[in-house]
Design a binder for this molecule. Structure first.
Ligand SMILES: CC(C)(COP(=O)(O)OP(=O)(O)OC[C@H]1O[C@@H](n2cnc3c(N)ncnc32)[C@H](O)[C@@H]1OP(=O)(O)O)[C@@H](O)C(=O)NCCC(=O)NCCS
Length: 165
């Protein structure tokens, strides 16, 4: 498995990857990217930066997006991460998350955040070892597929050069 910036050569593998993402996980997916795939314009220059995990057979097992804030929040970015459910538990998420932190650092971003459900142990187990900590909790921010209210948590960390570093 290798991590690389998304490019035109990933197009079909990305369409396949997106097609396999469950309804439940679509909350985490980069919706802009899906629509860009649909209109075949996703290779054009866009503000978001994206990395993919590519398996030896060329299939994509994970996608990470660094979405920079705008205006007064331009020093911040949100990370979004999703790994194919068949490929979880073997380090893809951790490798993409680490690469995302490094990419954000290289872009001069000072603060990173990840939004997830508080019950999402996998997300927290992936990001907390990378220095992220729960910064905010939004009670009842999600109604899950069973109709139950779930809290959203925002995990954040400062990067080198940021005020909190
Ligand atoms: C969260 C997610 C990205 C993890 O991807 P992954 O490839 O399975 O993660 P890794 O194999 O790299 O595991 C990273 C760590 O999390 C732990 N972990 C993974 N899934 C877990 C789970 N469901 N419960 C508890 N721990 C879990 C692993 O044990 C590992 O910890 P370790 O290094 O101490 O062993 C993946 O489950 C996913 O795509 N979930 C849906 C989308 C999502 O929640 N995105 C995150 C918020 S944007």
């Amino acid at each position: 498995m290798r991590i690389e910036p998304i490019s035109a050569q990933h197009r079909q593998a990305l369409v396949d990857f997106v097609g396999e993402i469950s309804q439940q996980d679509r909350y985490f997916v980069d919706r802009t990217l899906i629509s860009q795939v649909a209109v075949a314009s996703w290779t054009q220059a866009v503000p978001e930066r994206r990395l993919v995990a590519v398996e030896d057979d060329g299939s994509i097992s994970g996608l990470l997006t660094v979405a920079r804030g705008t205006g007064w929040s331009a020093h911040t970015a949100d990370l979004r991460l999703v790994v194919n459910s068949a490929c979880r538990g073997r380090g893809v998420g951790k490798a993409l998350a680490q690469a995302g932190v490094e990419l954000a650092e290289s872009l001069g971003i000072e603060k990173l955040s990840v939004e997830t459900m508080s019950a999402n142990n996998g997300a927290q187990a992936t990001f907390v070892p990378l220095g992220f900590a729960v910064e905010a909790r939004l009670p009842g921010g999600i109604r899950d597929d069973n109709g139950q209210l779930q809290d959203i948590v925002i995990l954040s960390r400062w990067l080198t050069g940021g005020d909190g570093a």
